[in-house]
Design a protein around this ligand. Structure first.
Ligand SMILES: [Zn+2]
Length: 365
């Protein structure tokens, strides 16, 4: 995460209940030989899960697979889920092969159930009634300005979802929730309340998808920031090379040598494609200066850079996309010094004049 989540981030009660119900089911399964009602709780959430045919059948599917695999599988699966309920501890010491003891059939049945709990069960009327509110209520509480705000915590580049005037909270659009530990590889966290975080579409759907936070695609082990307590924002530098060249290059760098932090920064970058997205957005310094600073002359440019180099208040970072990254860029430009900025301005003006002359030539024939 670029920004860690606010300490008052609410957890969605429906996820908490569904997660506890799954754990209860696995515990009860250890000493039960037939699929029956007592595997689920007598609470409203247990009644809602049992009372919904498709959900009950997914529970039955997992039970039958575990039953076929034997008592060891039941006990181990229960222990794995019970012993890894603290995601904070898991992020410190990742367990990357939690399900190696399971047969493929059993693991598939587990994934089917857990995916169903997330995709379908969470939206059932009886489940929402048990939790007291639906996911939109949670989303609105999550992105309140006094909590996390409407900017994606992973990248700082996108809004979670636009606000529409005169639309009630319950009907506002919402962002999708990202499974930090993806449900295809870590199904037991599919409805864990700490594992689900609303992110912008680009982070969730384009960049991250089902990437494994604990393992690079080449199989190398890696660590990752725990979103509730850790963040990247203090370890980022922007560098501008060759300001006097026709095309200055803007790069995102890490300003730490700490191997643990570097490992987490590289994971964050690979998962959300941070550097590529920032350097892509910043591919034309001229365009950014025109769009963001609108300078009249070189003195104005220097003063505009110094305005925009001032750090933002936290409320702005929670409201305005790209605010963090632009401030970093202008703060770097400020350090470059006036002679280089003035030289850059001359080049900019020259290019603009040429473009204007070209346009006049076309218009006037
Ligand atoms: Zn994002």
């Amino acid at each position: 995460m670029l920004f860690r989540l606010a300490p008052n981030t609410p957890r969605f009660k429906v996820f908490r209940l569904l997660n506890a119900e799954l754990l209860h089911f696995l515990e009860q399964s250890v000493n039960t030989d037939t699929f029956c009602r007592t595997l689920l709780t007598q609470d409203d959430i247990g009644k809602a899960c049992w009372g919904n045919g498709p959900t009950r059948e997914k529970y039955r599917g997992l039970f039958n697979s575990m039953q076929a695999a034997g008592n060891d599988t039941k006990l181990q699966l229960f222990e794995v889920m019970r012993d890894n309920q603290s995601l904070q501890l898991l992020f410190v010491a990742p367990q990357r092969n939690l399900f190696d003891f399971m047969s493929e059939a059993c693991f598939t049945a587990l994934k089917t159930l857990c995916t169903h709990l997330y995709c379908s069960t969470k939206g059932l009327d009886a489940v929402i009634a048990a939790g007291g509110s639906d996911i939109k209520v949670h989303f609105n509480a999550y992105r309140a300005q006094a909590v996390n705000g409407n900017i994606c915590k992973a990248c700082g580049m996108g809004k979670l979802a636009p606000f529409r005037a005169e639309v009630p909270d319950g009907e506002q659009w919402r962002a999708d929730y990202d499974h930090q530990l993806c449900k295809s590889k870590y199904p037991i966290f599919a409805v864990h309340p700490d594992n689900l975080i609303p992110l912008c579409d680009v982070c969730n759907q384009d960049a991250k998808k089902a990437k494994d936070l604990f393992k690079h695609k080449n199989g190398t082990e890696r660590l990752t920031f725990y979103p509730y307590t850790e963040e990247a924002k203090s370890f980022i530098d922007i560098s501008i090379d060759n300001l006097r060249d026709p095309e200055p290059t803007i790069k995102v760098d890490w300003n730490t040598q700490d191997p643990l932090l570097l490992d987490k920064l590289n994971t964050w970058d690979e998962v959300y494609e941070i550097r590529g997205r920032v350097e892509g957005q910043f591919r034309s310094l001229e365009a950014i200066i025109e769009d963001e600073l609108r300078p009249r002359d070189s003195t104005h440019l220097v003063s505009r850079i110094s305005d925009e180099a001032r750090p933002h208040v936290i409320d702005t970072l929670k409201r305005k996309e790209w605010a963090f990254w632009h401030q970093k860029l202008f703060s770097q430009m400020q350090q470059i010094g006036e002679p280089d900025i003035e030289a850059f301005w001359e080049k900019l003006e020259f290019t603009q004049n040429q473009a204007q002359n070209g346009a006049d030539f076309i218009l006037n024939g």
